[in-house]
Design a protein around this ligand. Sequence first.
Ligand SMILES: [Ca+2]
Ligand SMILES: [Ca+2]
Ligand SMILES: [Ca+2]
Ligand SMILES: [Ca+2]
Length: 390
Amino acid sequence: MKQFSTGLVLFLSLLSLLGCPPASQSQKKMAPLFRISTVLDTGKEPSFLISDDFDIDGNLDLAVLNSGEHTLSVYKGKGDGSFMDQVQYKTGADPICLAVADFNTDGFKDLAELNYQDQNIQIFLNTGRGGFKNTGKLIKPGKIPINLIAGDFNGDGFPDLAVSLRFHKVAILFGKGTGGFKEPVMIPVKGQPTGLVVGDYNHDKHIDVAVALAGSGNVGVEILWGDGKGKFEKSKVFKGGGQPLTVANVDANNDGFMDLVTSSNSLHAMTVLMNNKDKTFKTLQDFSAGEFPKFVAAEDFSGDGIVDLAVSNSTHDTVAVTLGRGDGTFIYPPIKHFVDEYPQGLVAGDFDKDGKMDVAVSNRDKNLVTILLKKNTVPSRLLIPKPASP
Ligand SMILES: [Ca+2]
Ligand SMILES: [Ca+2]
Ligand SMILES: [Ca+2]
Ligand SMILES: [Ca+2]
């Protein structure tokens, strides 16, 4: 009997060894997902970038803000992962954020550009071939604007703007459909608003605004529930990381309801807020995606149908990709890709049109944008053992 049980224990240990690889294997360095394909010159201190197809030729283009010399660089994409030379436009002092929408409703996407030092917004109208023309109007959203995002909040077909203001307010500027805007309407929020993102988080077909809140005391995310007519109902503050700097949409569990992820500047941490589908969110445990995460993009980078996160780690000169498990949690350690000095602005897009998500990142201290193209490899998730359930 004793012999039998010893054998059984041995058999079970063997089984568990086979089914559960040793810990060292799960810590194995994972192969990079991307290779650096192109490096683009920018202006001084490129801090923020976005991607869209401005000239409607089917190729993604880039718009980059150069905070150090108050310019905007636009690059037309060639569709193979490379880009034409930059065309530069003058902005106001210390440009920090861009939002894309067709503000004059002519069918071409325009840019709203936020100048931190000047505390104003300028509109760059698309001339139709991917060039831009500044309307020359200085839009004042309120004191110390931090971030902006576009959305049609009153359902009139004209894109509007939401702007986070340092002193506990979000300004809503309703668009006139001409490139001009009405006077801002102020919505007080319960902290220092930083990042903004829009989505229909309660599936009532009205666009909502998620506001990341930093500052002392209440920190996390507050939702402004839109009624589709330009009014908002404020949620309570959902816990969401200490001092969140940015907030992004991510459907982390594939249930069709958009969840949120914040990146915390001071805590080097990311936090996922799962959508409970009843106008509340459940905050999951903080997780690490590298040092000093600046910007985050949520896409399926590994190609297995589950959303992953790419983060610019400014102090470590890396873009880290942390693979999703599909339940709101993410695999540690992230897959690191060395880029250049002080990666900051980050955006995902299929720049070479091979059906796989690529990444563009602006390296602030080297005046460069690095294009990281997805490598054609086996999804690295297949090589990662699943952790045992608790
Ligand atoms: Ca294009
Ligand atoms: Ca337009
Ligand atoms: Ca509108
Ligand atoms: Ca909604």
